[in-house]
Design a protein around this ligand. Structure first.
Ligand code: PLP
Length: 393
């Protein structure tokens, strides 16, 4: 069972007061997104890793409000689709500030992005390189490296993306032959990566490929070190500064001449900027003497908490009645959502410890829900609309 946490490990007393005040009288469920914190997280990363240009991964939280805060600070953006391209353009963000990071795209989507002015694309396959040569001539290309599956990421992004080292080498040669500009390498060590050593392995591979290509006269100029920096969930990860210090050290060790560096954070920028306020719909036992209670919330896998698949992401959860004080007694609870789908269970193996008197109508604060939540919400599965979102400054 998960350890009992103190809410002040996640937010300050003042922030908590504001959240409580703001939540009063509002109908659940909803999110509160703290835009000031979004800006602060961006600034902190830039301060700790001045060598890197920040390309915010739009998919983590694609709301206009979040994008505006980052755009004002001079952020660049990693986009996954032409729809995100359109959204950013509509916000007045120029195409020079976008990188098309998704390696999976239709020819007509490449063409569209190119026509809109995007000149930086990621790739990981022969046929995508051919499509890029045809639809986005003279563009700068970054090649995605496939990393060995790592079990230290809570939300792995291995297997599906990237090519093995030898294949990346061939793709670079091919891209050059076809008139594209081989610009750099990219990788993603897995989201919510708890082992900072993963960046060393990846940068080591990049360094090899850089050297091999130099021998045939191709000089790559850039490394995109992806996302993977953590947000604060139940299982601890090191502080941002530990990550950035170690990444800087690895860069120095692997490269005598450090190339241009870009980073694509998503979770670490917006994760801890969101709090979800939900409500207990029912508390029930499956038999009279069962030690475990089922707690049904008005949010679930289809209403913002899809990253609880396989119980991967463990959100800190607190009852509003017990934010500042401890309960006399706690019980083991299975946490589930409101829909008529039996996979709509958030935590069954890793049970939540909740106050023993938890009951219908109790308000629950689910912390660190600013990333990969609302954009994953179903349109209206079982008729439930997506929760509302409020932005505070
Ligand atoms: C999702 C994604 C990111 C963001 O990853 P986080 O772990 O949320 O920081 C960055 N780059 C690419 C290519 C991605 O697909």
């Amino acid at each position: 069972m998960r350890p009992l946490k103190n809410i002040y490990e996640y937010i300050t007393p003042t922030e908590l007061e504001n959240i409580k005040e703001f939540s009063k009288g509002k109908s659940s469920p909803f999110w509160i997104i703290d835009l000031k914190k979004v800006g602060e997280n961006y600034d902190e990363l830039q301060k700790n890793l001045p060598v890197a240009k920040i390309y915010y991964a739009v998919k983590a939280n694609p709301s206009d409000e979040v994008l505006r805060v980052l755009a004002q600070r001079g952020s660049y953006f990693d986009v996954a689709s032409v729809y995100e391209v359109d959204q950013l353009l509509a916000l007045g963000i120029s195409p020079e500030r976008m990188s098309y990071g998704n390696t999976i795209k239709k020819d007509k989507e490449i063409k569209y992005a190119y026509e809109k002015g995007i000149r930086l694309f990621a790739t990981d396959s022969v046929s995508d390189v051919e499509s890029l040569a045809k639809e986005a001539p003279n563009s700068k290309i970054i090649f995605r490296l496939l990393l060995g599956g790592s079990s230290s990421a809570d939300w792995p992004l291995s297997k599906k993306f990237g090519a093995h080292q030898g294949m990346v080498y061939e793709l670079v040669i091919k891209a050059k032959e076809l008139g594209l500009i081989p610009h750099g390498l990219c990788f993603h060590v897995g989201s919510q990566q708890r082992d900072v050593g993963q960046w060393d392995t990846a940068l080591g591979q990049c360094s090899h490929i850089f050297n091999d290509l130099k021998k045939v006269g191709i000089e790559l100029k850039m490394i995109d070190i992806g996302g993977g920096l953590p947000a604060k969930y139940v299982n601890p990860a090191q502080d941002l500064e530990e990550y950035t210090e170690v990444i800087k050290k690895y860069l120095k060790e692997e490269f005598s001449d450090i190339p241009e560096i870009i980073i694509e954070p998503g979770r670490s920028i917006v994760g801890d900027c969101g709090i979800m306020v939900a409500e207990v719909v029912n508390v029930a036992k499956k038999s009279t003497h069962s030690a475990t209670s089922w707690v049904f919330l008005d949010v679930g896998k289809f209403r913002g908490l899809i990253e609880t698949i396989d119980e991967s992401i463990k959100y800190p959860i607190f009852l509003e009645r017990y934010l500042e004080k401890k309960a006399d007694e706690y019980v083991e609870c299975i946490l589930a959502g409101p829909s008529c789908d039996s996979m709509d269970i958030m935590y069954e193996n890793d049970k939540c410890k909740l106050p023993a008197d938890i009951s219908k109508g109790d308000r629950v604060y689910i912390l660190t829900t600013g990333a990969y939540t609302y954009s994953y919400t179903s349109v209206c599965f079982n008729g439930f609309p997506p929760p509302s979102i409020y932005y505070i400054n």
